[in-house]
Design a protein around this ligand. Structure first.
Ligand code: AMP
Length: 541
C-alpha cells in the first residue's frame, strides 16, 4: 500500500472556534440570558473566554478524559463549555434537564461527572438530587457574582468569578482526533438512558456535513438560531457548524414560546433555525393568532419527530423552506435531510409536498440499509418496509460503560436504528414508525405517523397520536387520541371523514378519544407507551 503524503493534522473541535475567531472575529453571538437581558459578544470573545474556562478547569484539578456535566439552555456560556471542556481533552456531557430527576441522578453517576455546570434555572432541580450525586466535587453556576443564588448545595462556584481569575490564553493539548469531546444520553423511554460518546473527529465531520447546501445550507451570510437544545445531541451540531462557516449565532435561552422566538427571529434577522415539530406548532399558532409572519427566515430544519405536511405547507406560504430531517442521538444526529433534486423541478404542488414530507436522502458519510426480518435488503421502491440500519464515522459504535448492546448487534458493523422505513430509487427514506409503535392489523402494518399526519391536517386538530389497541379478530387496530385546538369543536365522525380516500379503508382508525393534552418525552416526542396505557387502561392513566 502506498500511503498518501498529506499532513496528519487531526480534526479537532478547537480548530473550528479558532477558525471563527481568526476570520470572523467580529461576527456576533447573541444570547437571551437566564438572568433576563440580551447578551452580545463576538467569536473573538468566545474564543478568549473558552481559553479562560479551559484554564479554570485545569485549576479545579480536572484531568483529560474527565466528564464535566452541563445543565444549561442555549447560550454563550454553554457554547464556551462545549469548546473549553472538549478542547481540554475532557468530555462535555450535556444533560437533558427535562428528564425525571431520578434519571438525571442516574446519568450523572453513570457518566461519573466530576463537576457540573448549571444555569440558575436548574438549582432547585440539583438541590433535590444533591444527596445522590456523590461523585460531583463542585457545581459551577453559570452567572456572575451579583446573581449567585442562595442555595443549600455544597461547593457552589461562580462561573464569572472562575473565568475572571484566569488568563485568556491556554495551551490546548495536542489531541488524537478520536479523543472524546462530548457526551449525550439517549432519552431512554424503556430501560435506563445510554451514553453516546462523540469524538472530535465525528463532531468536525458532522459539522461539515451539517453546513452542506442540501443540509442546513449554512454560510457566513447566515444568521442561525438553534431552537433545538444544546442539551440534546449538541443542538443537531449547530454550535460546531455555525462557527465553521462564520454564521452569526443567536441563542434563545429558556424562552421558546412563539412570542419570544418571533421577537428574536425578527430583531436579529435570523435566516436559519432548527427544532422539533411541537415548537413550530406553537409558533405557527402564535403567528396566526397575532397576524404576524417571519420576514428574514429562509430555511427551517424540522426533525426529531415526523413533520406533518400541513406544517411544511404553512411555512411555504410564508416563503420559508422546510428541511425535513431525520437523526438520532446515536448518529450525531443528522442522517437524512430532505431537499429536492434537479429532476424534481417540474413537480406539481401536491407531488412536491409528498416528496418534502419524507424524512430525506442520506447525507454523505452515513450509509443506509433497509432490511427485512432475515437481514436481506428490501427493494428500493418506496413501498417495501424494512428495518433501518446505518453505519459511518458519525454513528456510535457502542454505549459508554456498556460492553455490548442489543441495539447494534443484529447485523455486524451496522447500527440498528429501531425505525421501520421505506426507501425509494432516489434514496428518499420515509419513516413508517418506530418498530415498537407500528400498528399490526391482520398481518398488515399500519403507519401511526401516516395517520397522525392526516389527523393534524384537520383545521380543528392541535395534536394527534395514533396507537394500537388489542383486537380479538385483527390482533391490533388503530385508535386516534386527539387534542382539539382551543375554541374549536370536532366530532369523531368529522375527524374520521378526513381519512376517506387518503388511506386504505382498513387503515382508518376504529375510534377517536378526545383528551386535554398528550404526554411527551423529554425530547418532545409523543410518549406512545403512556398514550397506549391511557386508552387501554384509562383508570391508571
Ligand atoms: P433521539 O435519539 O431521542 O433523538 O430519537 C431518535 C428517533 O427519533 C429516531 O430513531 C426516530 O424514530 C425519531 N425521529 C427523528 N427524526 C424523525 C423524523 N424526521 N420523522 C420521524 N421520526 C423521527
Amino acid at each position: 500500500m502506498l500511503r498518501g503524503m498529506m499532513m496528519g493534522v487531526p480534526l479537532l473541535v478547537t480548530s473550528v472556534l479558532r477558525h471563527a475567531a481568526r476570520y470572523h472575529a467580529d461576527t456576533e453571538i447573541v444570547s437571551r440570558t437566564t438572568e433576563g437581558p440580551i447578551h452580545r459578544y463576538t467569536y473573538a470573545d468566545a474564543w478568549a473566554r473558552s481559553q479562560r474556562l479551559a484554564n479554570a478547569l485545569a485549576a479545579l484539578g480536572l484531568q483529560p478524559g474527565d466528564r464535566v456535566g452541563t445543565l444549561a439552555w442555549n447560550g454563550y456560556r454553554h457554547l464556551e463549555c462545549y469548546y473549553g471542556i472538549g478542547g481540554s481533552g475532557m468530555v462535555c456531557h450535556t444533560i437533558n434537564p427535562r428528564l425525571f430527576p431520578e434519571q438525571i441522578a442516574y446519568i450523572v453517576n453513570h457518566a461519573e461527572d466530576r463537576v457540573l455546570f448549571t444555569d440558575l434555572t436548574f438549582i432547585p432541580l440539583l438541590e433535590g438530587i444533591a444527596d445522590h450525586l456523590t461523585g460531583v466535587k463542585a457545581i459551577v453556576v453559570m452567572t456572575d457574582a451579583a446573581n449567585m443564588p442562595r442555595s443549600s448545595l455544597p461547593n457552589l462556584l461562580c462561573y464569572e468569578d472562575l473565568l475572571a481569575e484566569q488568563p485568556a490564553e491556554f495551551a490546548w493539548p495536542d489531541l488524537d482526533e478520536n479523543t472524546a469531546c462530548g457526551m449525550c444520553y439517549t432519552s431512554g423511554t424503556t430501560g435506563n438512558p445510554k451514553g453516546v460518546l462523540y469524538s472530535h473527529r465525528s463532531s468536525v465531520l458532522h459539522a461539515m456535513a451539517a453546513c452542506l447546501p442540501d443540509v442546513f445550507g449554512l454560510s457566513a451570510s447566515d444568521v442561525v438560531l438553534p431552537v433545538v437544545p444544546m442539551f440534546h445531541v449538541n443542538a443537531w451540531g449547530v454550535p460546531y457548524a455555525a462557527p465553521m462557516v462564520g454564521a452569526k449565532l443567536v441563542f434563545p435561552g429558556a424562552k421558546l414560546d412563539g412570542a419570544s422566538l418571533h421577537e428574536l427571529f425578527e430583531a436579529e434577522g435570523v435566516t436559519n433555525t432548527a427544532g422539533v415539530p411541537t415548537v413550530w406548532l406553537a409558533l405557527l399558532n402564535w403567528l396566526h393568532a397575532n397576524g404576524k409572519t417571519l420576514t428574514t427566515m429562509r430555511r427551517i430544519a424540522i426533525g426529531g419527530s415526523s413533520c406533518p405536511p400541513v406544517m411544511i405547507q404553512r411555512f411555504k406560504e410564508m416563503g420559508i423552506e422546510v428541511l425535513h430531517a431525520w437523526g438520532m442521538t446515536e448518529t450525531s444526529p443528522l442522517g437524512l435531510a430532505n431537499t429536492p433534486k434537479s429532476k424534481h423541478r417540474g413537480l406539481d404542488a401536491d407531488e412536491a409536498l409528498a416528496l418534502a414530507s419524507k424524512q430525506g436522502r442520506p447525507i454523505f458519510g452515513v450509509q443506509f440499509r433497509v432490511v427485512d426480518e432475515s437481514g436481506a435488503d428490501v427493494p428500493r421502491d418506496g413501498r417495501s418496509f424494512g428495518r433501518l440500519l446505518v453505519r459511518g464515522p458519525t454513528v456510535c459504535s457502542g454505549y459508554f460503560g456498556l460492553d455490548s448492546s442489543p441495539a447494534h448487534e443484529t447485523e455486524p458493523g451496522w447500527f440498528e436504528t429501531g425505525d421501520v422505513v421505506t426507501m425509494d430509487g432516489d434514496g428518499y427514506v420515509q419513516i413508517v414508525d418506530r418498530t415498537k409503535d407500528v400498528i399490526k392489523s391482520g398481518g398488515e402494518w399500519i403507519s401511526s405517523i401516516d395517520l397522525e399526519n392526516i389527523a393534524v391536517g384537520h383545521p380543528a386538530v392541535q395534536e394527534a397520536a395514533a396507537v394500537a389497541i388489542p383486537d380479538e379478530k385483527w390482533g391490533e387496530r388503530p385508535m386516534l387520541v386527539v387534542v382539539v385546538k382551543e375554541g374549536a369543536s370536532l366530532t369523531r365522525e368529522e375527524l374520521l371523514a378526513v381519512f376517506e380516500g387518503k388511506v386504505a379503508k382498513w387503515c382508518i382508525p376504529d375510534d377517536v378519544r378526545f383528551v386535554e393534552a398528550l404526554p411527551h418525552t423529554a425530547t418532545g416526542k409523543l410518549l406512545k407507551s403512556t398514550i397506549r396505557e391511557m386508552v387501554t387502561n384509562p383508570a391508571t392513566a
